[in-house]
Unconditional design. Sequence first.
Length: 362
Amino acid sequence: MTADGSLARLEIDLAAIRENWRSLAARHPSGPVAGVVKADAYGLGATHVAPALFAAGCRHFFTAHLSEALAIRPRLPGALLAVLNGLPPGSEASFAHHDVTPVLGTPDEIARWAALARQLGRRLPALLHVDTGMHRLGLDAAQLAALAADPTALSGLDLRYVMTHLAASEVPEDPANAAQHRRFAAACALLPPLPRSFANSSGIFLGPDFASDLARPGAALYGINPTPGRPNPMRPVVRLSARVLALRTIAAGAAVGYNATWTAPRPGRIATIGVGYADGWLRSHSNHGHAVFDGAMLPLVGRVSMDLTTLDATDCPALREGDWVELIGPARPVDEVAQAAGTNGYEILTSLGRRYRRAWLA
Ligand SMILES: *Cc1c(COP(=O)(O)O)cnc(C)c1O
């Protein structure tokens, strides 16, 4: 029943997230394991997820934006809360006032944060980001050498970690991993001795060479497989179900949906659900993938439209109007959904829409 008229529901299993965090911590004995909760905890609700991780013992958190950090700062007393995307000009006082730690990745960011530390007359916490091959954020080799040659540049900064980010950790055989490992060691050798932060989710599974003083997993916490091609060691976290709004019989040759991209090869039944691309149920699912009802597969047929999706229910005679079908869940893992839509689990989760009735299971 849906007293509130909701057409689809999204259940987020906070106990599974906590258990995933604990199992990652067990695999990373060299140092603590953070919780990456950027993009609203990968779409799952950072104001629910971050406190759940905190309750499990997590004391290091990462967002991408200052605004995301401010939304959870009061719920994480004493925890390190760091912003991966750096220190925008003009935001320095806000970072300092709210005890949010910037990840510094340019000489200008370092200079502005050090200037504020001098002005305030106290040391300010920071992480230092070094680029070891992703060429996206972080100091490059020349910038790092210049920094190493000028010891005053870092004065006033309480550097908590030096970090880098792996570009291909989900592909263990990719030589880029070893190259980044080598460059990270070389970069750290230029700096004063500092704790290091290295692995993301998949990096934790690359073995002890990639262990450090702080791991930074996101995806694996949320049930995305950090070891693609091998069994998923994480527990599923998300269940997305939609109610069958209408069930109709169609004749062989009948076309379904916009522009008739699917035509029934035989007489059959079409189930329509109230989930579409406006809900982040990507249009690239059109004619790809399936929903699950009671163990039976319902292939997705026709175009995904803004608010509706159509399923071929011909081989599922038990299905009735009002039944709930599973789009993502234990029977339909997020990684499989992603593959059907030609993307990854990260994009599926961060796209999850705002019209679902959301429930967080403690
Ligand atoms: C997003 C991100 C992470 C987390 O990556 P996952 O693959 O989701 O575990 C870690 N570090 C940095 C710098 C990131 O941008």
